[in-house]
Design a protein around this ligand. Sequence first.
Ligand code: BG6
Length: 465
Amino acid sequence: MITRLVIFGGTGDLSGRYLLPGLAALRAAGRLSDDFRIVCADRKNRDDTEFESWVETQLDRHAGDIPVDARAAVTTATRFRRADISDPDSVAAVVSGDSPVAVYLALPPALFPTAVQTLDQVGLPPGSKIVLEKPFGVDLVSAVELNRLLADLVPEEAVFRVDHFLAMTTVQNLLGSRLSNRVLEPIWNSAHIARIEIIWEETLTLEGRAGYYDHVGALEDMVQNHLLQLLCLIAMEPPITLSERDLRDRKVDVLRSLRPLTDAEIPRRTRRARYSAGTIGDRRVRSYTDEDGVNPRHRTETFAEIELTLDNWRWSGTEFVLRSGKALGTDRKEVAVHFRPVPDLPFGTAQPNILRFGLDPETLTLALNAIGGSAEQLVPLTMSAQIQPPDLPAYGRLVLDVLSGNPALSIRADEAEEAWRVVDPVISAWSRDVVPLDEYPAGSPGPGRNSSEPGAPDGGRPRTT
Ligand code: BG6
């Protein structure tokens, strides 16, 4: 188990909001040894006292439910060091040593190639790991190039291209529920399932992240990585084991069988939009283009939807809808599996069954039909269960996997490339304005959906196919 973690970009939002709290959770669970050390490295110098109080504030704010002694232990184990990722001497000063180190690039993705090249120049102690956040590159070509640079630095098993959704127990349960229930797997195919919606709709707005978000937008921030990963877990063939090879081979099969959209299909099967001023609950929200740091000329979307199909025996004929948006009226984070209607019904009218995996909070809901008041009248019946919250937050699990050297939940090189193959044509068409950039008021159900149908299973959106 590695006992040294160096976070480049260590005083940024990701570090304060997710990584340090994740480490505090690991410490509280007894998963970090006493000699574990954390270095937060950044270009701008920080005074030690000011840095310590920043760490305390972040832990108070984002890990308030974790015992004080675990938070204090993480604060004590954490040091600030000035280092510029393009300067080999300053990087060597923080990563060199006799023991392996886990290097976390909590940096803007545009800096990844430079960072990897500098680390390669400096050299890492044997057994070290490197962690990169999404998006991995900006397209297929840049992802291939970044993979090449990484392959020069460390072996593939030491590269952790993380997607924190995969470390969420709610997400792992997509596969867990499928594989552990006799009633699900036999009907898990296009003969029984008409459509699967993979939805991550948030009431959250930009939250001061323009420096990052305004360069990526909803498609690259959510769909290209998190939502495609959810699709993989939903659509993959049962893996032989949960080892990194079996799991990742089966995910790559799914990505390879996704049919890229053609230029003719893109206007019908994709949608993009950004939010204008509005109200979410009792919160007034400025229009996206008026947010600090946003450049309206980027035409960044805050809402993205794509409809995909898979060319394989199990799924040919099922439609997959991937949708994510910010500043919406309600949080809706779920995978909704819409079954086909029954082949014949001798009485009444039955609604097609829907199985919903709620991802945050975790719920499982099944919409069935039952006999109602009179003998031949059907009424909807919903069975719902709330599932226990997880013991470790996603970033705690993710860091633990890195330190213990288990890459099963990280994205393999070929997987990262395949995901771009599917999304690249959409990015290209959108950049040519083949699809209009719609607007929706903050706090509304989203573009093309009417407010009387918030969170409607079908989105109230006219189908395009
Ligand atoms: C991040 C995205 O990866 O995931 C954010 O960059 C998004 O835009 C977030 O809000 C959602 O995940 P979580 O775990 O923070 O709810």
